[in-house]
Design a protein around this ligand. Sequence first.
Ligand code: CA2
Length: 144
Amino acid sequence: MNILIINGPNLNMLGKRNPTIYGSDTLSDIEAMCNNCAEKHYASVDFRQSNHEGEIVDWIQDSINRFDAILINAGAYTHTSIAIHDALELFTGPIVEVHISEPNKREAFRHVSFIEPCAAHRVAGHGAKGYEMALEWLFNQKQN
Ligand code: CA2
């Protein structure tokens, strides 16, 4: 199983600011955690981050027929991007939406997700560990 992991804007700042909301793990720590988890399941992950909406749309389009699943933390684009929503609709494999915090328990403008209608599963509010939980969910699907 080959999984594309997409991280949206500002997630490159993880572990460097706002530890009370997002914890102290850096994005590199999360990448290492995802690689370890995938290895245990004889799977591979391609872990990426971008601050640019169009680049994320390009990655999703290019992932069609190249990846079995997408795990996405679209950051603030979660709440604004119809373009990312439309690109995800083209992908036929499972999509998992991940958030470090629980946006539904924060400001009202974070309560809308344009990713959610495209996702087979959502993990939010579990910190960096949520990425591992999302991967484990995907691996369990494969067995069912
Ligand atoms: O909880 C999440 O994972 C979010 O996707 C994070 C986004 C936020 O806009 C979403 O509502 C929820 C923000 C990521 C910004 O990450 C930072 C990390 C450290 C310092 C500053 C920003």
